[in-house]
Write a protein that binds this ligand. Structure first.
Ligand code: PRT
Ligand code: MG
Length: 205
């Protein structure tokens, strides 16, 4: 038996076609149901659909053998007990520093609003920039407007969201895309099955 943890939301939409090309199908009825564990066209493969941030947790602890989630999530979670098999090149965006203007970034101690605490800390540490991180779970763009922070660290795709909130991106931290991850123990015990899935997905990318 192989269990695959998928991220719901925007990653899922782009994941399903990749899995189909690799031979794994989930019926629309299953997807529309409120079930958390879904059957697939293959008796030996089950799929669970959870929040992107929970995917590495399930995979790390072996509750899922494989998982698909964003690199942004993996950078925050760390790689304990799991590793990346494949860059799926879907749900692409960039992790960036944005502010109302460049002067806002010139602070002795920069106040940074973000949900990406580890990535933000590391970025400013590399620059020798002292910072205070204000952890938020959403609507980061609001923070500079109301004076909660000098800047934000957030994902940017088209740039429309930051622009609509009077912000500009000034620093590119890293490129983000979704990754196929595997539980370290499963990779040993179910190596043949996992490698064949990874190869099937890879050749259709
Ligand atoms: O939204 P919710 O809290 O329910 O869950 P979630 O945010 O975990 O899920 P979801 O479906 O939003 O997917 C998040 C994952 O998709 C991230 O972890 C990334 O790996 C990936 N991804 C790719 C993105 C974006 N692109 C993206 N643009 N996640 C979020 N955004 C947001 C961004 O935070 C900002 O608010 O979209 C806005 C910017 O988009 P533009 O096009 O206006 O620049
Ligand atoms: Mg979201």
């Amino acid at each position: 038996m192989l269990t695959i943890a998928l991220s719901k939301g925007r990653i899922l939409e782009q994941t399903l076609p990749l899995l189909e090309k690799a031979g794994l199908k989930i019926e629309q009825g299953e997807l529309n149901s409120r079930k958390l564990i879904l059957d697939t066209n293959l008796a030996e493969v089950k799929v669970i659909i959870i929040r992107a941030t929970d995917v590495p947790v399930f995979v790390q602890h072996g509750a899922a053998d494989l998982g698909i989630t964003g690199k942004d999530v993996l950078l925050e979670h760390g790689s304990n007990g799991l590793f990346e098999l494949l860059d799926l090149k879907i749900a692409k965006c960039k992790l960036m520093v944005a502010a109302q203007n460049k002067q806002k970034l010139e602070q002795n101690t920069l106040k940074v609003a973000t949900k990406y605490v580890n990535s933000a800390k590391l970025h400013f540490q590399k620059q020798g920039q002292s910072c205070e991180i204000i952890k938020l779970y959403g609507a980061m763009e609001l923070a500079p407007i109301v004076g909660l922070a000098h800047c934000i660290v957030d994902l940017v795709d088209t740039g429309n969201t930051i622009k609509a909130n009077g912000l500009q991106a000034f620093e590119h931290i890293t490129d983000i895309s979704s990754r196929l991850i595997v539980n370290a123990a499963s990779f040993k015990t179910k190596n043949a099955a996992i490698k064949s899935w990874a190869d099937n997905i890879a050749k259709n990318l």
